[in-house]
Design a binder for this molecule. Structure first.
Ligand SMILES: [Zn+2]
Ligand SMILES: [Zn+2]
Length: 390
């Protein structure tokens, strides 16, 4: 099996900690992107920078096959003040790598380094380092800049660490794996008036209150009970004084689903309820729908291939072939809408062990013990999927 040398493991732990020390927010990953580009270039990759803002693609061709493979890592950090106390803690005030994207970048660089020296593959390898996974949709921005037109991929894969799972465990899942996240702002327009003369007004507060309750039926009465979905009204704003009926009310709604069809149907039902509720109270409604990340759906066939590689190169107790769905969202979902592939998790540490602190927490840190198995998995995947003797 292809493993990193001890020296290489140390080298890329140092790279991980260097990136950790210098975290950069979405679309500002200039130092990180420059570091990635310089290393890939030095190892013989053809490097393209500036894709989707600060995205980087490193391409390595071997042999004569026209098969292509894409591996993706994310590079951005979060607006969180670090509280790990680590020697390699963030030097940037209020910014930290609290989701382990420093580790994802380092694992993929470690694999890139090894593959450039020892890769036994036949085909084209595209390594995608994307900006702005944390809400900015950097994956989509790279695709809008022609990612898959300029660097076609037969399949794409990505790996994310996950606290609460034993360190180094590889978790696969076929089918829907992570939630869509959509947002809507509903504005109700009525006719304001005196609180003592409601018959001279059309009251948006009563309409908004009724709408909040009506929205509770979307999940409980409209969606298949065996399908997960969340509709949350997270903010409601109307009025200033007890004796004034306001003319406007605003509701902020957040929607999560784990199935593309349920996603469409929930949006449709919310739009209907907003209009019909507003109508029944004699007020007008506007709805501004903002589509967020899509449902992340792992391709069955590509997931089976990814799992088969793990089974060939890793012990069985280090593999979970069908993990649970995760209610978080991930913009790799957009890449999977375009190219078949699969997204897997690597355990960052079981509960009670180092690495168990959840991502997006000020005390979280990527587990450096994952540099070796994470890179080894990428190396095995490339050598198997682009095997010279298919
Ligand atoms: Zn995150
Ligand atoms: Zn993340």
């Amino acid at each position: 099996m292809d493993r990193l040398s001890d020296a290489a493991v140390e080298q890329f732990i140092a790279v991980r900690r260097d990136i950790h020390r210098h975290p950069e927010l979405a679309f500002s990953e200039r130092r990180t992107a420059a570091l990635v580009a310089a290393q890939l270039g030095a190892w013989g990759y053809e490097v393209t920078t500036g894709l989707g803002g600060t995205g980087v693609v490193g391409q390595l061709k071997r042999g004569t096959s026209n098969r292509t493979l894409g591996l993706r890592a994310d590079m951005d950090a979060l607006p969180i003040a670090e509280a790990t106390g680590a020697a390699w803690a963030s030097c940037a005030h209020g910014v930290m790598h609290a989701c382990g994207h420093d580790g994802h970048t380092a694992m993929l660089l470690a694999a890139a380094h090894h593959l450039a020296q020892h890769g036994r593959f036949d085909g084209t390898l595209n390594l995608v380092f994307q900006p702005a996974e944390e809400g900015g949709g950097g994956a989509l921005k790279m695709m809008e800049d022609g990612l898959f037109d300029r660097f076609p991929c037969d399949a794409v894969f990505a790996m994310h660490n996950m606290p609460g799972i034993p360190q180094g465990q590889l978790v696969f899942r076929s089918g829907p794996a992570m939630a869509s996240s959509d947002y809507a702002t509903v504005t109700l327009h009525g006719h304001g008036g005196h609180g003592a003369m409601p018959h001279k007004a059309t009251d948006v507060v009563v309409a908004a209150a009724s709408l909040v309750m009506a929205l509770q039926t979307v999940v409980s009465r409209h969606v298949d009970p065996l399908q997960p979905a969340v509709v949350t009204v997270g903010a409601i704003h109307a009025g200033e004084a007890n004796n004034v009926i306001p003319a406007e009310a605003r509701l902020e709604i957040s929607v999560r689903t784990l199935d593309p069809q349920v996603r469409r149907s929930v949006e449709q039902r919310i739009r209907e309820l907003v209009q019909l509720q507003a109508q029944s109270f004699g007020v007008c409604a506007e709805i501004a729908w903002r589509a967020g990340y899509a449902v992340l759906v792992n391709d069955d066939q590509q997931t089976a291939r990814a799992l088969a590689v793990a089974r060939k190169h890793f012990p069985a107790d280090q593999i979970n072939p069908q993990g649970p769905m995760v209610s978080g969202s991930e913009d790799f979902a957009f890449m999977l809408e375009r190219v078949p592939g699969s997204y897997l998790f690597i355990g960052n540490g079981a509960d009670g062990e180092p690495g168990a602190c959840m991502v997006h927490n000020p005390a979280y840190d990527f587990n450096d013990h994952n540099i070796a198995p994470g890179a080894a998995y990428w190396i095995a995947l490339v050598n198997e999927l682009l095997s010279p003797t298919p």
